[in-house]
Design a protein around this ligand. Structure first.
Ligand code: EPU
Length: 418
């Protein structure tokens, strides 16, 4: 079993480079399936989810060359193939294969996705979208079977603002006959990134990043070259870690606009922040004010940063309240933080956090961002004891070169398998 060991007490100092965005990468790799010729994707994060998707594309007949952060995907020999089991169950984003295969072949069989299951995460809005486009969808033996004689454009109103459903419907609709309108669409930067790739392939998508997306179907899509946007969640995690350790860190290769919500909240706590064109410097302070945080859809404070933010809130004076309006119960980090001495009560979808020092302990990450909360907690403890963190396989899903990056910033962290 892989473990992280962290001796805290060292303020993070220096510069960290942010890789491409996980939540774009896991969508643009499946999106490449739709092209009839070669797609080149640059600035992909080197994380396990991208590795698994690469294997899945190969199983579907693609030839994929990997050169560091670049994938060259040759799609010419791809064939429709049911994928009820195996790799598709290892990550949640395998649901994007549904939209991409449906658009390309008019059919898809995909095992229900795995990944970070901190609470039931339905895909009813994805299915509603595929059905509106004219597909028949069945859920049998743990897999979703989707088939359409012909995809036709439709007007689709999403009952909940969903990143995954917005992207999945966009993938299928690019090849539908006529115009599709997605209303109440999610506006996350990753959606714009996928639309940018699809448009470079020849799709006709307008309005990505707003609540109405218009997709005029096209009969074929061609290869292109695309660079994935920086990972705003990874960047936000390092910003929070810099603040929590009272460090001084330049978070480089970011789009500062994507980080406005976290920047504003850190400033409200008393953290000093300096924005440059493509980087943000975070200078921690000895004392922080308590704040209230509401995790919302973009451009609100990202739910993916609420777990790391919980750890920072333990370092503020007084009582802070964090409410997650995206997920009902994304609090798997809280019992573990409590083992480290945090004083937190969960009330419904809110966590009430009373500032208190953290002590090293043996803790377990039960999902990716819970892992982020816990390695930051380990970094905040004093150096006399060592935090032992298991569940590293979750952290590997989203943080490229985590140990190297943190060591370069001066952290005393190492990884061991036993
Ligand atoms: N929802 C439904 N029905 C649906 C789809 C979503 O009820 O058909 C609900 C969900 O249960 C949730 C809310 O709508 O309460 C939002 O879910 P969304 O569909 O937006 O989430 P997702 O697309 O499955 C992506 C990210 C998550 C991130 C969320 C919210 C990827 C691969 N995952 O998930 O990232 O938390 O958007 O921003 O893009 C992470 O990176 O740690 C992570 C979990």
């Amino acid at each position: 079993m892989e473990k992280l060991f962290i001796a805290g007490g060292k303020p993070l100092r220096g510069t960290v480079q942010i890789s491409g965005a996980k939540n774009s990468a896991v969508a643009v790799v499946p999106a490449a399936i739709l092209a009839e010729t070669t797609v080149v994707l640059d600035n992909l994060p080197q994380i396990s989810d991208v590795g698994i998707l690469t294997e899945i594309l190969t199983e579907l007949g693609a030839t994929v060359e990997q050169n560091a952060d670049q994938l060259v995907i040759h799609t010419e020999a791809m064939k429709s193939k049911p994928m009820p089991d195996g790799n598709v169950k290892k990550l949640r984003a395998s649901y994007y294969l549904m939209g991409a295969l449906l658009g390309k072949f008019g059919e898809a069989t995909i095992g229900l996705p795995g990944g970070c299951n901190f609470e039931p995460r339905p895909i009813d809005q994805h299915i509603k979208g595929f059905e509106a486009l004219g597909a028949e969808v069945k859920n049998e033996h743990g897999a979703i079977h989707i088939r359409a004689k012909e995809l036709r454009g439709a007007k689709i109103y999403l009952d909940v603002v969903s990143v995954g459903a917005t992207i999945n419907i966009m993938l299928a609709a690019t090849k539908a006959k006529g115009v599709t309108l997605i209303e109440n669409a999610a506006k996350e930067p990753e959606i714009i990134d996928v639309a940018t790739l699809l448009n470079a392939m020849g799709a006709k998508i307008k309005g990505a990043g707003t609540e109405t997306i218009r997709i005029e179907g096209v009969s074929s899509l061609q290869g292109c070259r695309h660079t994935v946007i920086p990972d705003r969640i990874q960047a936000g995690t390092y910003m929070i870690a810099a603040a929590a350790t009272r460090g001084d860190v330049v978070v480089d290769n970011v789009i500062p606009k994507h980080l406005e919500a976290v920047t504003a909240k850190l400033q409200e706590m008393g953290v000093h922040i300096y924005e440059m064109d493509e980087s943000i410097r975070v200078v921690g302070q000895p004392e922080y004010q308590s704040v209230d945080v509401k995790a919302l859809v973009y451009p609100g404070f990202a739910t993916d940063l609420q777990s790391p933010m919980t750890t920072l809130m333990t370092q503020a004076k007084g009582v802070s309240i964090l409410t997650d309006y995206v997920y009902n119960n994304r609090f798997q980090h809280i019992p573990e933080l409590a083992r480290m001495g945090a004083k937190i009560k969960v009330e419904g979808r809110s966590a009430v956090i009373e500032g208190s020092p953290l002590k090293a302990a043996k803790v377990k990450a039960a999902d990716l961002r819970a892992g982020a909360a816990l390695f930051i907690a380990g970094l905040c403890c004093s150096s006399d004891m060592v935090t032992e963190l298991t569940g590293v396989e979750y952290i590997d899903r989203g943080y490229e070169n985590l140990v190297t990056n943190l060591r370069n910033l001066g952290a005393d962290i190492w990884r061991q398998s036993n």
